[in-house]
Ligand binder design. Structure first.
Ligand code: BG6
Length: 491
């Protein structure tokens, strides 16, 4: 059951993912999708809208007419105001139309609504008897998506509210980055290979860079972005989740709780950023007009829905330290931004330099340190950079790549993040969803920065032209630690 069925998330991500699962025979049988929103629509008109949106989102792959017909036959719409008890009574009736107990007892509620409606929907679901205790033989779960609060206090309030009506195992908090194949592969790479554990620590790692660069601006999402900014939109969730997976200790098992325990432990080991260190540990920026990939881009302040004097950051960079035995002293640099030159998300793990003897002594600074690059998107894969001899009579060394590419190894198909997440939500596997304490631990890291930035107007040096790699302060931040940002090369 999707609340907020008229919204963008439903037509652009959720329904295409459900259709694709159906097409690959992965949906449970029987299944039904029931959409609920305020606008008046019939089952048929909603199906027609979804079909059109699917055509747009699946441009690369034509929609299979037969698969769509069978899928659409299980899709229904129910109009209603989410605050009205009558809406939930009607939903109950529609659910009861089915005589199959599997369809009346196993219910997944997806809250694709603005977050200020989470409380009212969950409360009404509870009061109408649609949310049931899992112990009575039914399965009822609720999926929520970010923003999960806008700071630590509001995130705690939200967790408290959800837990009033639901058990923790019934609450599925989505971070769609965890649904990405390349993000899941971080755990596999680290713990299915003996090779990496030996080098995965302060003894061998010099520093780590996590970059999530986007070439597009905020587009039509200006009004939302004004309330968010890069720190809330990307760092608190996606980047910190990637950090947790890269740096956590080996879990005791692959059970959801074991993995989530390790992630929370890691997030809690991140050294708190003190107010007096903000200037040295974080940098922010906002794009001004420029050119990105040959097209003109307006400045953030000129975007629709944005305050012309806004000081909201569209770029954020942080230097974090993980104060535990494995990582003490190793800087983790995180950065993300809109209107950067390219789309590229990657983790760059740079190893210490080879000792200044033998080849290093001979080749000097020309000899690069080794690095392992986890390319999250695009150009998904893993690259190990090592030094090799250039064939020839002279002794010339240069960096060469040992490379694994998803496309070459597995072909083009990688499921959309939402396919995996929806399937796991239906089967109740919570591994890829965030636990309440995990969300709070992540807010705890960014909260001091949010407080420092609130009401502090951007200075001249914090602006960057669209199509560049962010403000000068980001370069200074990393230069302070004796490092430089790597330009991702998603070839
Ligand atoms: C969303 C953010 O969570 O992630 C967007 O709200 C961002 O601002 C998007 O563009 C990036 O996701 P992806 O999967 O395209 O990297």
């Amino acid at each position: 059951m999707i609340f907020g069925a008229s919204g963008d998330l439903t037509s652009r991500k959720l329904v295409p993912a459900l259709y694709s699962l159906h097409r690959h025979g992965r949906l449970p049988s029987p299944f039904r999708v029931l959409g609920c929103a305020r606008r008046a629509k019939s089952d048929e008109s909603w199906r027609a809208e979804l079909r059109e949106a699917l055509g747009r989102s699946h441009r690369a792959q034509p929609v299979d007419a037969g698969a769509w017909e069978t899928f659409a036959g299980s899709v229904f719409y129910c109009q209603g105001d989410l605050a009205e008890p009558g809406t939930y009574a009607r939903l109950r009736e529609r659910i009861a139309e089915s005589s199959d107990a599997r369809l009346t007892r196993n219910l997944l509620f997806y809250l694709a609504t603005p977050p200020d409606q989470f409380g009212i929907v969950v409360e009404q679901l509870y009061r109408s008897g649609l949310i049931r205790d899992e112990s009575v033989g039914s399965r009822t779960r609720v999926v929520v998506e970010k923003p999960l609060g806008h700071d630590l206090v509001s995130a705690r309030r939200l967790n408290e509210l959800l837990s009033r009506y639901l058990g923790e195992s019934q609450i599925l908090r989505i971070d769609h980055y965890l649904g990405k194949e390349t993000v899941q592969n971080i755990v596999v790479l680290r713990f299915a290979n003996a090779l990496f554990e030996r080098v995965w620590s302060r003894d061998v790692v010099d520093h780590v860079q996590i970059t999530v660069a986007e070439s597009s601006g905020v587009g039509t999402r200006g009004a939302y972005y004004e309330q968010a900014g890069a720190l809330r939109d990307m760092v608190q969730n996606h980047l910190l989740q990637v950090l947790a997976l890269v740096a956590m200790e080996p879990p005791v098992s692959l059970e959801a709780e074991a993995i989530r325990d390790e992630k929370v432990k890691l997030l809690r080991s991140v050294r708190p950023i003190m107010p007096e260190e903000i200037g040295r540990c974080v940098a922010r920026g906002q794009y001004t007009a420029g050119v990105v990939s040959g097209r003109a881009q307006c400045g953030y302040r000129q975007e629709a829905g944005v305050n012309p004097g806004s000081s909201v950051e569209t770029f954020a960079a942080l230097r974090l330290f993980v104060d535990n035995w494995r990582w003490a002293g190793v800087p983790f640099y995180l950065r993300t931004g809109k209107c950067l030159p390219i789309d590229a998300s990657e983790v760059w793990i740079q190893f210490r330099r080879a000792p200044e003897v033998l080849f290093t002594a001979r080749c000097g600074p020309r000899l690069d340190a080794n690095a392992l690059v986890l390319r999250l998107q695009p150009g998904e894969g893993v690259t190990l950079l090592v030094n090799g001899k250039v064939p020839g009579l002279e002794l010339v060394l240069r960096t060469v790549r040992v490379q694994f590419k998803y496309a070459a190894e597995f072909g083009a198909y990688t499921p959309e993040a939402y396919e995996r997440l929806l399937l796991d939500a239906m089967s109740g596997d919570t591994t890829l969803f965030l636990r309440a304490d995990e969300v709070e631990a992540a807010w705890q890291i960014v909260d001091p920065v949010l407080r420092a930035w609130a009401d502090k107007p951007l200075s001249e040096s914090e602006f960057y032209p669209a199509g560049t790699w962010g403000p000068a302060s980001a370069e200074e931040l990393i230069a302070c630690g004796g490092h430089a940002w790597r330009v991702p090369q998603p070839d």
